[in-house]
Design a protein around this ligand. Structure first.
Ligand code: AHR
Length: 515
């Protein structure tokens, strides 16, 4: 701890791009605790909005497409979703959700009405991907559906009957579903009652929305053994007043409340290029990303006041990087490339979610395909997997493992205001007798030697290791080219005399498994 403090003081005066001349080294101490919670697999959740080519092209191509598909879903997408073991998928928005009328998205596809997607570039939406298509996809890949309901421009009756259409065995909505080819109800757990209700979801004031929320959720029923987990539309970033008022007025009526936090430079003007950035901007980004930790902490403190036993989950149901869209892409479609910098943001954010797993019950990166910090990009029949995809893949062993707290002693760099970025970050978990330790060396220049005492956990052998790194921090994977950033086996870790030593290249993310 002293060393950590010393590091904090010593390096506070370094500018972001200055390297630590002495090289990078770190110690990671695993502190297993009997009371440690399980890391919710839903923290690895995804989000798919009717926005740009996230759904159309990025997931769904239709049965008649020449692109290889199963019932209209891209085969490469099905494979990728299964590889990531996507636990939960949020749909249909985002801002789109509060203008979406579900009855327009059922029945024969060629008879579905069209609409203008007012939030996202004015694109005409043909509603060919609707309720049946979404729930069938979730079943196909084994993901839990997370439905985002329309509060802003919809009615209570509309949301109530949507739940009935999806989950009831009998009655008029069940009949309608059966006419549309689906006999059995689907399973629906997560129901979002509005999205960003302080903004695109209706511009509500918190007190008013809290009461509207109480009303809407009243009529969303549990049919035939289905049990809804009801999520109130929560705050953005630092809006603690929203959480305070929601918890006070409606806390007893919810199972979860959401939080949105984007790693973004600001909401007006340029957000910066996804691929063309300098070292200062890189370190700034990591500082902004880590800024989610005090934000979650503060929202949790407010929730603790009203719900000390953690009945209500905090769901970070939108997070990730937001850059300027790629030059030449369609305005409003939020199509951005994804570099090793984005991978760093993914790893550091997931590490933070692990720490708060007692309260953070879900997180959904924005978004799964072709939008913002996506898992993959598609062009026609081609798909590239992004560096962020590989972080999610590398972290799969943490899903539903027991969280193991860590103490990291490392150098820090001062990036902005009081934001500090550690050279080395770590997270750890335990499942079936195997410890999974994920490490991040963010330094652009220096290798890191990380020492992890493992005697206290009884580990004797390294049983697995993966590494994600790159030649240049702005490397990305592109169509028709060999992957520049991909997961490789990592063998540069050994246990000697009770110490696991990991030699990390600069700008690398490594997962080691020991037992
Ligand atoms: O993810 C893109 C948009 O960001 C979502 O539609 C909205 O909820 C948020 O502002």
């Amino acid at each position: 701890m002293n060393l950590l403090k010393l590091a904090t003081v010593s390096f506070a005066l370094l500018s972001a791009s200055e390297a630590w001349s002495a090289g990078v080294s770190a110690t990671v101490k695993l502190v297993p605790s009997e009371e440690s919670p399980i890391i919710q697999k839903e923290i690895y959740g995804q989000f798919a909005e009717h926005l740009g080519t996230c759904i159309y092209g990025g997931i769904w191509v239709g049965e008649d497409s020449p692109i290889p598909n199963t019932n209209g879903y891209r085969n490469d997408v099905i494979k990728a979703m299964r590889e990531l073991k996507v636990p939960v998928l949020r749909w249909p928005g985002g801002c789109f959700a509060d203008e979406y009328h579900w009855r327009h998205g059922i029945g024969p596809r060629n008879q579905r009405p069209r609409m203008v997607n007012n939030n996202w570039g004015g694109t005409v939406e043909d509603n060919s991907f609707g309720t049946n298509e979404f729930f069938n996809l979730c079943e196909l890949v084994g993901a839990e559906p997370y439905l985002s309901g329309n509060v802003g421009s919809g009615t209570v009756e509309e949301l109530a009957t949507w739940v009935e259409y999806i989950t009831a065995e009998d009655g008029p909505m069940a009949e309608l579903r059966k006419q549309n080819g689906r006999e059995k109800p689907w399973h629906l757990k997560y129901l979002g009652v509005g999205n960003e209700s302080w903004g695109c979801g209706g511009n509500f004031l918190p007190e008013f929305y809290a009461n509207v929320y109480r009303r809407y959720q009243t009529y969303c029923r549990d049919f035939n053994g289905n049990h809804l987990y009801k999520v109130a539309s929560g705050a953005s970033d630092y809006d603690y007043d929203w959480t305070e008022k929601l918890m006070k007025i409606a806390g007893r009526h919810m199972d979860g409340i959401s939080l949105h936090y984007y790693t973004v430079t600001g909401w007006s003007g340029s957000k910066g290029s996804a691929t063309d950035f300098d070292a200062d901007s890189y370190y700034w980004t990591l500082g902004k990303c880590l800024g989610i930790e005090p934000v979650i902490k503060r929202h949790c403190e407010i929730m603790d006041k009203y719900d000390p036993k953690c009945h209500v989950g905090l769901l970070v149901d939108e997070w990730g990087t937001w850059w300027d869209q790629e030059p030449g892409s369609i305005p409003g479609h939020l199509y951005q490339q994804n570099t090793m910098r984005d991978a760093m943001v993914a790893a550091l954010s997931l590490n933070v979610f692990h720490k708060f797993t007692r309260r953070v019950k879900m997180a959904n990166i924005a978004q799964i395909a072709n939008v913002l910090q996506s898992m993959w990009l598609t062009k026609g029949d081609q798909m590239v997997l992004t560096p962020t995809y590989y972080v999610f893949k590398m972290y799969v062993p943490h899903m539903e493992a027991t969280y193991v707290p860590v103490e990291v002693t490392t150098g820090y760099r001062h990036v902005d205001g009081d934001r500090m970025v550690p050279d080395v970050s770590a997270t750890a978990s335990l499942k079936d007798g195997v410890y999974t330790i994920s490490l991040t060396n963010v330094d652009l220049e220096k290798e890191a030697t990380v020492e992890i005492p493992v005697q206290n956990i009884g580990a004797k052998v390294v049983v697995g290791g993966d590494i994600l790194t790159c030649a240049n921090i702005n490397d990305y994977n592109d169509f028709g080219q060999q992957e520049k950033v991909s997961l490789k086996k990592f063998a540069n870790a050994k246990i000697n005399k009770g110490i696991l030593t990991v030699n990390m290249p600069a700008k690398s993310i490594i997962t080691i498994q020991v037992k």
